[in-house]
Design a protein around this ligand. Structure first.
Ligand SMILES: *Cc1c(COP(=O)(O)O)cnc(C)c1O
Length: 376
């Protein structure tokens, strides 16, 4: 059976990307790679919507999160961490591991933080060095109002650090225009390449923190990366094949156009939400992202059974809930290399599987609701 991934990372790969990755290896200090890397740097600035450099690390997204903490902060520094799900918790865990003092802003899972509250915390604690947040909290499907958060942070001494690993390239995030200091991305989400690359971009305000941080670091040193970029290189051997794949995906994004890519995600997300509602299901969050749709599993239905039937019966693989949401939600991604027909397949499998489990659905109702949004 044909298998389709609807997980919020990894995501499916376009053929151009798979072929780009399959090419013969080139040397990373040679002329051929220099041309590829130059193009990739340009493409990344376009996707991040920034004039600043975007650093490329060989790691999954979490590597870049850790690198940000290690380069921006020192032990005993204080940070404000938005904790509204598993990835917010990850920020707190990384900071704590480096001896950084975390002031949590606890947000009910599925909700978004109140920018006014962030402003209050920053006023009460002027020593806060940075606000650490997600763009999309992938564990709940919620999208945060980064524009308003950036407005709250900008007039203060603190910097804003956004984990946009799932949202980058799916959700409107003009880094420069909104004055976001640090944006972090990953490869296996909207960028449509396999896991293994992580990205960071820094504002001049963020660089002043890097200058003052004394946390030990070697491989993850932002200053070394910046220096190597003067020669259009990375300090150590990069994941050459992934960078070749990235060149292809960035070229696809450029061809479609950033705004159009975002509009496609918005439309697929809206269709998925409408389908769920038409089937009598509930969306978990009131601030749903365009990255994924978190759907509450109705009473009497076992989430694991539902996901198993979707996968084994229809070749549709979706994600379950994490931690406190385990068994309570399923998460259907509409992320990266996805189109209308993909989403109809996902909704079809959801209807069929629910019906098999005895949940009362009128077959076709979800698909019909989606089609209303997807039709020309
Ligand atoms: C996927 C993801 C990460 C990174 O996970 P890795 O497994 O390290 O790539 C971090 N934050 C968010 C919001 C994510 O969606």
């Amino acid at each position: 059976m044909k298998q389709r991934l609807f997980t919020p990372g990894p995501t499916p790969l376009p053929e151009e990307v798979r072929l780009g990755q399959a090419r013969e290896i080139v040397h990373h200090r040679g002329k051929e790679f220099a041309e590829i890397f130059k193009e990739v740097r340009q493409g990344l600035r376009y996707v991040f919507q920034t004039e600043e450099e975007v650093f490329v690390f060989t790691a999954s997204g979490t590597g870049a999160m850790e690198a940000a903490v290690a380069n921006l902060l020192s032990s005993e520094d204080r940070v404000l961490v938005i904790k509204g799900g598993k990835f917010g918790e990850r920020w707190a865990e990384i900071a704590t591991a480096f001896g950084v003092q975390v002031i949590p802003l606890d947000v009910k899972w599925g909700s978004a933080p109140d920018p006014g509250l962030i402003k209050k915390k920053l006023t009460a604690h002027p020593e806060i060095k940075g606000v650490f947040t997600q763009l999309v909290e992938t564990s709940t499907g919620a999208v945060y109002d980064i524009k308003a958060i950036a407005e709250a942070v900008r007039p203060t001494e603190a910097i804003l650090v956004v984990d946009a690993i799932s949202g980058l390239g799916a959700q409107f995030l003009p880094t420069n225009e909104w004055g976001i200091d640090v944006v972090i991305g990953g490869s296996q989400k909207a960028l449509m390449i396999p896991p293994g690359l992580a990205f960071v971009t820094l504002s001049p305000k963020a660089w002043s923190l890097v200058e003052n941080s004394y946390t030990p670091r070697y491989y993850w040193d932002f200053k070394k990366v910046r220096k190597a970029l003067d020669k259009n290189q990375t300090p150590y051997t990069p994941a050459i094949s992934l960078i070749c794949a990235l060149r292809e995906s960035l070229s696809l994004i450029k061809k479609e156009g950033w705004e159009n890519v975002l509009a496609r995600h918005a439309r697929l997300a809206e269709a998925t939400r409408r389908a769920a509602l038409a089937l009598g299901l509930k969306i978990f969050t009131k601030v749903p992202s365009n990255v994924l749709t978190a759907i509450e599993v109705p009473p009497g239905i076992n989430a694991n059974e539902l996901r198993t039937i979707m996968r084994d019966g229809y070749g549709v693989q979706v994600a379950g809930g994490q931690e406190e949401l385990r068994g309570k939600i399923i998460r259907i991604a509409h992320l990266g290399w996805m189109d209308r027909s993909d989403m109809v397949a996902a909704i079809f499998s959801l209807e069929m599987s629910l019906s098999k489990l005895g949940y009362p659905v009128t077959l076709g109702k979800g698909v019909a609701a989606a089609e209303e949004i997807l039709k020309e």
